[in-house]
Ligand binder design. Structure first.
Ligand code: ATP
Ligand code: MG
Length: 500
């Protein structure tokens, strides 16, 4: 019996070996003519695709970016020193791809899909890195809020699901913190997040990942990272790869939030590539198509129509300015592509107003369409209050005596400025935001004083959790502030005021 089965197996194997054939793969082999700084030119390699992956002798991979009749200019992903003049190269016929699917959540990938976090990774399926944006008919208007948990932003510069809101400011003004806090705030909302780090120090990226892990956010977040030590080609690809990962979830009908941190470094990486490829430099030495670089990326954010599954992709691109100059080339480009900006100012940041949002220069072009009813009811006059306060405060600085009405306005305004100060990694849920603003309108924060404010606010938040839990629940569940809830809240605030 045993012998028979062994015979069968050997016959089976013999048959297999006899039938085995390999179809010849036809490819043209080109030659490297110049190589330096991660950019190579190749000849005798006609009919290439734009963005096609090229394989060099020794297995080094690159991407064709400049096509001519007989060859191409290409950038290398890594091991730039290993490609020499005269080396062979072949076109793979495929463009760059990135793994997508549920198993990328919680992972840290590089822009061509290799896991950077050390654990084994089995890709399920791939999407090309560059994909066309949804068309006009595929979209519907933005109408749902994307809560960041930051009071100053959710009340005055509301962001909608499917919107692109730029975070812009000098270095070290809390740009990354706002973006990361927004990701932390998506816990239990069902929103998927993607954080894309471009050209940052590896230690900074590690810090962000740690913050996300500590906040329990990696369960619904994927990270795509090309650090400052990676090749310009990797940095150039990173946001497109991250966007493809996000698009996969959007097409599954999910709401997705993506952070590009940051696009100034992305533009610089592209400038490096373009100059090395000898493309003509334009303003600030950027190539002529640098606008297209970011517009084709940010156009991929969308709020899809019901017919396309109803998912959405909200983008928070970050741009770093020099000396608060928002009229430089890249900032103006990205401002004109996005639906609004959150402008952070270093003077505010250093004077202790954190998040350092300049409300005068920050806008959201989707605005109130993407706010809950509850928030609409309490946030109506905040911007005017704040600008009136700032105007008055300038005069009051001269030390002149002010009349009681002005004094009250100043005290109330100061209370609002203090209320908007919010530590990092401590987002407020909707109910707290609404009740805090209601309390502000009831003059609960007027005349508290800057020094005593943090302790007072902590006491007030504890009071909200203990005494107003029922009201919070109604607000969080319905997104509305019914009149009876409002009256009850106001009564309880009065009781708190008497204790204080
Ligand atoms: P870079 O230009 O280096 O990327 P950035 O603008 O992204 O900087 P962050 O890294 O977010 O700025 O923040 C700079 C510093 O300010 C960090 O040390 C951070 O902890 C601190 N910080 C930011 N926001 C707040 C806040 N709301 N409260 C307290 N500290 C904050
Ligand atoms: Mg940063």
């Amino acid at each position: 019996m045993r012998q028979v089965s062994e015979l069968n197996i050997s016959a089976f194997l013999k048959q297999k070996i006899e039938d085995f054939s390999v179809a010849p793969v036809e490819f043209v082999r080109g030659t490297v003519t110049t190589s330096g700084d991660g950019v190579v030119r190749v000849k005798d390699l006609p009919r290439r695709l734009y963005g096609e992956l090229l394989e060099f002798d020794g297995g080094v991979m690159g991407m064709a970016l400049d096509l001519d009749e007989n060859g191409a200019g290409a950038v290398l992903f890594d091991s730039a020193d290993e490609v020499k003049v005269g080396d062979g190269v072949r076109g793979t016929g495929a463009v760059a791809e990135i793994p997508v699917g549920n198993n990328v959540l919680g992972r840290v990938l590089d822009p061509i899909g290799r896991a950077l976090d050390g654990a084994p990774f089995e890709p399920e399926r791939y999407y090309p890195v560059e994909r066309p944006a949804p068309t006009v008919t595929d979209r519907r208007p933005v109408d749902k809020p994307m809560q960041t948990g930051i009071l100053a932003i959710d009340s005055m510069i509301p962001i909608g699901r499917g919107q692109r809101e730029l975070i812009i400011g000098d270095r070290q003004t809390g740009k990354t913190t706002i973006a990361v806090d927004s990701i932390l705030n998506q816990k239990e909302t069902g929103v998927i997040c993607v954080y894309c780090a471009i050209g940052q120090k590896a230690s900074t990226v590690a810090q962000v990942i740690k913050t996300l892990e500590n906040g329990g956010a990696m369960a619904y977040t994927a990270v795509v990272a090309a650090t400052a030590s990676d090749s310009p080609a990797m940095q150039y690809l990173a946001p497109y790869s991250a966007c493809s990962i996000a698009e996969y979830f959007m097409e599954q009908g999910r709401d997705v939030l993506i952070v590009y941190d940051d696009l100034s470094k992305h533009a610089v990486a592209y400038r490096t590539i373009s100059l090395l490829l000898h493309r003509p430099p334009g303003r600030e030495a950027y190539p002529g198509d640098v606008f297209y670089l970011h517009s084709r990326l940010l156009e991929r954010s969308a709020c899809l129509s019901r017919g396309r599954g109803g998912g959405s992709l909200t983008a928070l691109p970050i741009v770093e300015t020099m000396e608060n100059n928002i009229s430089a080339f890249i900032p103006t480009n990205v401002i004109s592509i996005t639906d609004g900006q959150i402008y952070l100012e270093s003077e505010l940041f250093h004077s202790g107003v954190r998040p350092a949002v300049n409300t005068g220069l920050s806008v959201s072009r989707v605005g109130r369409a993407a706010q809950t009813n509850a928030m609409k009811k309490v946030s109506g006059t905040l911007r005017i209050d704040l600008s009136q306060y700032r105007e008055m405060a300038v005069f009051a600085r001269f030390g002149s005596d002010v009349d009681p009405a002005t004094k009250k306005l100043l005290d109330k305004g100061e209370g609002l400025v203090n209320l908007f100060k919010q530590g990092k990694s401590s987002p407020y849920p909707l109910s707290r935001q609404v009740l805090l603003l209601l309390a502000y309108s009831q003059d609960m924060f007027t005349g508290v004083g800057e020094k005593a404010f943090p302790a007072y606010l902590a006491r007030f938040l504890a009071f909200l959790s203990e005494q107003c839990a029922d009201l919070c629940e109604v607000i969080d569940e319905t997104g509305d502030l019914p009149d009876d809830v409002k009256t009850k809240a106001e009564e309880r605030f009065k009781a708190f005021g008497r204790q204080a």
